[in-house]
Design a protein around this ligand. Sequence first.
Ligand SMILES: [Zn+2]
Length: 111
Amino acid sequence: MIQEVIMFFCRCDNCDKILDDEGITAWAHEDDAAEVADGEGWREVDGKWYCPECFAKLFDEDDEGNITLKSEVLEAMRRPRCSKCQFFGYECKRNPKPEDAACDEYKEWPF
Ligand SMILES: [Zn+2]
């Protein structure tokens, strides 16, 4: 018998990278995916997950573990949203047609 099952994987909320633990990319339990992500240096911030590279680019963390967006990220988020998709520039990079004139913000997002 072949049956469908529900699995859990972890995708970076900034760059879409998928957590890969030596070829294993999905787990039967959400807690297991979170535990592996944690062990691989991924970080959860306000319910979103970030790969180590994106976490370092987007956030500052003080000695007491307080996590805040970097000032340059906050500045970039104040820019106008894309007129086509209405997302902030950093999300427009998921647009399959970044050359679209409506997504000029895409080209300005430095992260
Ligand atoms: Zn990432």
